[in-house]
Design a protein around this ligand. Structure first.
Ligand code: DQA
Length: 151
């Protein structure tokens, strides 16, 4: 039984998880993360739509669809976190809770990763918890959606 639906959106290069800089991002693949999210969704009563794209316009189109299709958004915008006003604008246009996830602790890394265009829009930001961050984000999202706080 699900009571709400959540879009879990992944940005560029996250399709390479498991083989890309494993010392930073770990050995789980994106398919493993999708499975973790599906399991968390079952436990929490959330229908999960898990997507990844390397293309900014594709991510934005999915966010436009999310304005009517889903109750909340968990997003790892990857490098677009630090560069994309367009993605931030699309997230702002959605009157649904947004939780930002980063697998690594971006604040421990290069200075250009310290700024996020997404954080000011997000209800919560989870960084440096590895792929577990996605599960933590879904748990928080379930709490927010149960409380009826869909702003
Ligand atoms: C990331 C951190 C970003 O700085 C980087 O560009 C990524 C992944 C993370 O999950 O730690 O691609 O979002």
């Amino acid at each position: 039984m699900t009571f709400a639906s959540v879009l879990v959106l992944n940005g560029p290069n996250l399709n390479l998880l498991g083989t890309r800089e494993p010392a930073i991002y770990g050995s789980e693949t994106l398919a493993d993360v999708a499975q973790r999210c599906a399991q968390a969704g079952e436990r929490l009563g959330l229908a999960i739509d898990f997507k990844q794209s390397n293309a900014e316009d594709r991510l934005i189109d999915w966010l436009h669809d999310a304005r009517t299709n889903v109750d909340g958004i968990v997003i790892n915008p990857a490098a677009y976190t630090h560069t994309s006003v367009a993605l931030a604008d699309a997230l702002t246009a959605i009157a649904k809770p947004v939780i930002e996830v980063h697998i690594s602790n971006a604040h421990k890394r290069e200075a250009f990763r310290h700024h996020s265009f997404v954080s000011p829009i997000a209800e919560a930001v989870i960084v440096g918890c590895g792929t577990q961050g996605y599960v933590l984000a879904l748990e928080r999202m379930a709490t927010l959606l149960k409380a009826g706080d869909r702003s």
